[in-house]
Design a protein around this ligand. Structure first.
Ligand code: 26Q
Length: 812
């Protein structure tokens, strides 16, 4: 062990656990209003008479932020003083959404802020809605990272999230004639009050060049370098008891300006290096599956991984520990393979800068590293062309070669194969634990992608079923329901979600169930009002709100949903005097800009919406609504209003899903396949409170072996055949044959088995129609869903990672 660790704050504070008392006392709304006015003038330089709503929003945020800083420092001090193990969560994506409400609620300031703003003539809710979403992620994986940060802080586990401060987050989606159009997102267009720039925390990151070997010692001479600069965002836990840090890196040139070029009069050329360096943190790759194999992506991955590792090693060394004890103090989690270069980078730093042998460096790196797999889709497994990898990262290439030679001799594992570096296999061999994200997914990981590696390392793969933060996804997003819950069982459920089981006692009580129904109804009215103001849409709040929200992908089968919608519309036309159960079909989600089939599916949904919503025969029973630009903030409005949750992926393809958890927690019933975490949700809420349909993962495998299964399924289903005929005849495209790609896909191969699952899905939906007509029984099932979903808190997930992977402890 090295010398006693020192606290970087020196001796100014009185003892390590001193908490300034007044800090955690809530201010009066008058004092808070004073603080807001002070910020408006002193921090923003605005006269209250001329302040815009944005100014007020910023001033309020700053007054809230003031109350984060001290608990943040206290958490850091406590970590140093208690020599706590730190968790480092490396992720290319953090899909955060807004922070303003999150921080305000966690600090218990909501009522005070609301009153203070009212006294200043401003509406709190309106101001909150002005904050742009931090959309530094594509979908599930990035949102999971944000939920994990929330839970790490709530549990008081010392942790840092590390990622990239993209200038442009996920693109904005617009529809033009039903077609998705993308435009650049600009979340930093207004001042971001939640981040603190740390110009002193900067690292030079190298690319390319060559390696000199002097005996056993390697010296890498990069051809180019850029600077990584840190920006810190505090992550506030429940009740502000603990605050961790999200550290995001932006890229800068290491020389600002080519003065020589400037002096020659080449003013544009003089700033070229700057523009080039900055591209590394310019934009998030908008793809949530395809491995594009682009050099910029590889550079982004190395850029943030290297900066993060060097930063955590600097922190570790500042405490005076011996390098051999690294794994006692540091746990590094890789969110998929995107940061998998952490393995070779850590080995490089340990060997080249700390003098460890290759073997010792490998062992130490492996003891620190854990790897989470989020997908079985072959196209999403990262592989880099060997030549590109070697050109950009010559030293790392040699390390991966060395590893390859070792593991291939030991057990035949090929890290480099067919001219490609396989990042999944690399992450696997360099991690002491590899986890899947639901029980089914973890089993499939063992049988499929890592079949051989699992046999070579049988104890390595474990499961950690995903979870969601109850703070954002129930307490904050659904005040109507959370108010009822708190009235009924007290407020401890917010940080201990399994307490929701206590609700079950109250479900037979008609009063409780009526209030539960009233909360749902209020949320539906609220959503309808919001969509009316936003898009002019008119939703009937008495209809069933049937919601499918997620990235658009063939395996998630939005197509199955819209085909069923058309079939239902047909049945309504065939029997217009029948007593139909009114439905609003809501879709939300973005397609990757290069994913043509996903974009056609969007166009089809919009085509059906245009037809159905203007049909006087069915208008009162069926609506199709697809609001543009689905994001975290929209999810917070849609989820509390859902009656039915669509989780209908081809079995074996959805690793877990987390939207499924959010919807069920908020009292929606699920129609779903046995896929991902649906399996565990159904176990928890009870099979009788879940609408199951479709082929199982094993049956999917078998079905694909049958010749011409799609054609056979279509021929066997007159209902489906009619729907496909209508699409071909242009019923949803003003008479032209626009959807040939979709129809050709369905008839010819239908890889995701929409056609064989169609009839089962349709029948299940008709059962749902029937059941919805008994509102008491429906609400009883909905309330049972809420009361039995407590296990899916990300607090439970994080406690599992801390115990089984990180060996990290709460310092609360
Ligand atoms: C890889 C290479 C090049 C470009 C992009 C990518 C890339 C980017 C993002 C590959 C995959 C992703 C994201 C995957 C993802 O979101 N997976 C989801 O993870 C959730 C959290 O575990 C699960 O609930 C979902 O089931 C899973 O689809």
């Amino acid at each position: 062990m090295g010398k006693t660790p020192t606290c970087p704050f020196g001796r100014i504070h009185r003892g390590p656990f001193h908490v300034p008392k007044d800090l955690f006392q809530l201010p009066t709304s008058e004092l808070f209003a004073d603080a807001i006015q002070r910020h408006l003038k002193a921090s923003l330089g605005k006269d209250p008479d001329h302040a815009t709503r944005h100014d007020w929003r910023l001033a309020m945020s700053m007054a809230v932020r003031d109350r984060v800083v001290d608990p943040w420092f206290e958490s850091t001090r406590a970590t140093y003083a208690k020599q706590g193990k730190r968790v480092y969560y490396l992720s290319m994506e953090f899909l955060i959404g807004r922070l303003i409400e999150d921080v305000t609620l966690n600090l218990g300031l909501e009522d005070i802020a609301r009153e203070a703003m009212a006294s200043l003539g401003q509406d709190y809710a309106e101001l909150v809605a002005l904050e742009p979403d931090a959309a530094l992620g594509n979908g599930g994986l990035g949102r999971l990272a944000a939920c994990f940060l929330d839970s790490l802080s709530t549990l008081g586990i010392p942790a840092y999230g590390y990622g990239i401060r993209y200038e442009h987050g996920l693109f904005e989606q617009h529809f033009r004639d039903g077609v998705q159009i993308e435009s650049a997102e600009t979340w930093l267009g207004q001042r971001n009050v939640w981040e603190f720039e740390r110009p002193e925390a900067r690292y030079e990151i190298g690319f390319g060049g060559h390696v000199d070997y002097k005996g056993a010692r390697a010296v890498w001479h990069p051809a180019d370098t850029v600077i990584a600069k840190a920006h810190d965002t505090p992550v506030v836990g429940w009740q502000g008891k603990w605050v961790n840090t999200l550290r995001l890196w932006s890229a800068l040139p290491n020389r600002n300006f080519d003065l020589e070029a400037f002096n020659r009069g080449d003013y544009i050329g003089a700033s070229a290096p700057e523009a080039l360096a900055r591209t590394l943190s310019r934009v998030l790759y908008p793809d949530d599956t395809t491995d594009e194999g682009k050099a910029l992506r590889l550079k982004q991955e190395y850029f943030f991984t290297s900066a993060s590792l060097r930063d955590l090693l600097r922190r570790f060394k500042s405490e005076g520990y011996e390098i051999a004890t690294l794994a006692d103090h540091v746990a590094i989690q890789l969110n998929d393979t995107h940061p998998a270069l952490a393995g070779p980078e850590l080995i490089r730093l340990l060997e080249d800068e700390h003098g460890l042998t290759f073997d010792a460096a490998i062992d130490l790196a492996q003891t620190c590293l854990g790897y989470t797999n989020h997908t079985l889709l072959p196209e999403a497994l990262e592989r880099w062309p060997e030549g590109m990898f070697q050109g950009i990262l010559p030293r790392h290439y040699d390390i991966v070669r060395g590893l390859h030679d070792r593991v291939s001799a030991e057990n035949g594992t090929q890290l480099i194969e067919h001219g490609e570096v396989k990042m999944g296999d690399l992450a696997f061999v360099l991690a002491h634990k590899v986890n899947g994200v639901s029980a089914l997914h973890s089993d499939l990981v063992k049988e499929t992608v890592f079949h051989d590696l699992h046999r070579a390392y049988p104890d390595r793969i474990i499961n950690q079923t995903n979870g969601i933060t109850p703070r954002r996804w129930l307490y904050s997003a659904n005040p109507a329901l959370s108010g009822l819950i708190t009235e009924t069982i007290g407020n401890e459920w917010v940080a201990d979600l399994e307490q929701l089981t206590q609700l079950e006692l109250h479900i037979p009580d008609a009063g409780f169930l009526d209030q539960f129904a009233a909360a749902k109804r209020a949320n539906k009215v609220r959503l309808a009002q919001w969509l009316k103001d936003r898009d002019g849409a008119r939703l009937n709040p008495d209809a069933m709100f049937d919601i499918q929200i997620k990235r658009i992908h063939e395996y998630k089968r939005q197509l199955l949903n819209i085909l069923e919608t058309i079939a239902l519309w047909n049945d309504m036309h065939d029997a217009p005097s029948a007593d139909w159960t009114p439905r609003v079909k809501l879709f939300g989600g973005k397609a990757a800009p290069g994913y043509a089939m996903a974009k056609s599916i969007i166009e089809l949904i919009n085509g059906v919406a245009a037809k159905v919503n203007t049909d006087p025969v069915t208008r009162d029973w069926l609506q199709v609504v697809f609001p543009e630009n689905y994001n975290v903030s929209m999810a917070e409005r849609l989820i509390p209003a859902a009656d039915l949750s669509e989780q209908i992926s081809t079995a074996g393809k959805e690793a877990s899903g987390t939207g499924n958890m959010k919807l069920s927690l908020n009292g929606a019933l699920t129609v779903g396949t046995l896929d991902g975490a649906n399996v565990e949700i159904r176990e928890q809420v009870g099979a009788e409170n879940f609408y199951l349909f479709g082929l199982t993962a094993a049956e999917v495998q078998a079905h694909r072996a049958e010749p011409d299964y799609a054609r056979a399924a279509i021929e066997a289903s007159p209902r489906l055949k009619r729907v496909l005929g209508q699409i071909a005849n242009g019923v949803f495209s003003d008479g032209d044959n626009r959807f040939g790609d979709v129809l050709g896909m369905l008839w010819d191969h239908d890889y995701f088995l929409v056609t064989p699952d169609f009839d089962g899905y349709f029948e299940t939906q008709r059962q749902i129609d029937k059941d919805y007509r008994d509102p008491k029984e429906w609400m009883r099932k909905a309330a049972l869903n809420t009361s039995r979903m407590g296990w899916f808190s990300s607090d439970r997930t994080i406690a599992g990672y801390a115990r089984d992977i990180w060996g990290a402890k709460s310092l609360l």
